[in-house]
Design a protein around this ligand. Structure first.
Ligand code: RB5
Length: 151
């Protein structure tokens, strides 16, 4: 898959670890910045990443900021973007399988590189299961989320 990665200055210290984890999992990493610890505004980077997914340039994304919260709030304002903070592998996998999460948000002031190396492959290795027999309830629930999105 093509994976976009974007961060503000708060998440920058973990950006390279995310990029390496994406590549190690066998995916293409597309770096949308920022490129230093100079202060920037997280909504600008969340929007850039969301647009890359909306346009089809990328399949999924990883967003970073200090807490993971600002980028998650901003990204979820965008149609077709389903972003969540997952600082453990269970949530990173299940968020995709059950909820169709397509953007993983991480807080670089909350977690460290070793968590990133486990959470990123858990996110990328998961697929939405809502179209499988016996699992249709997940598709129904995501459909209800999309109905809210439409309104
Ligand atoms: C930046 O200082 C910080 O507010 C930002 O990275 C993020 O944590 C916001 O949610």
């Amino acid at each position: 898959m093509r994976i976009v990665i974007a961060t503000d200055h708060g998440g920058f210290p973990l950006k390279e670890t995310v990029i390496q984890a994406v590549r190690k999992a066998g995916h293409e990493a597309i770096d949308l910045g920022t490129h230093s610890i100079e202060s920037v505004d997280y909504p600008d980077y969340a929007q850039k990443l969301g647009q890359a997914i909306q346009s089809g340039e990328a399949d999924r994304g990883v967003l970073l900021c200090g807490s993971g919260i600002g980028v998650a709030i901003a990204a979820n304002k965008m149609k077709g973007i389903y972003a969540a903070i997952c600082h453990n592998t269970y949530a990173a996998r299940q968020g995709v399988e059950h909820d169709g999460m397509n953007v993983l948000c991480l807080g670089a002031r909350v977690i460290g590189p070793e968590i990133v190396k486990e959470v990123v492959p858990a996110f990328l290795g998961a697929e939405f299961i809502g179209n499988e027999p016996g699992e249709k309830r997940h598709a129904r629930r995501v459909g209800k989320v999309q109905e809210i999105e439409r309104r």
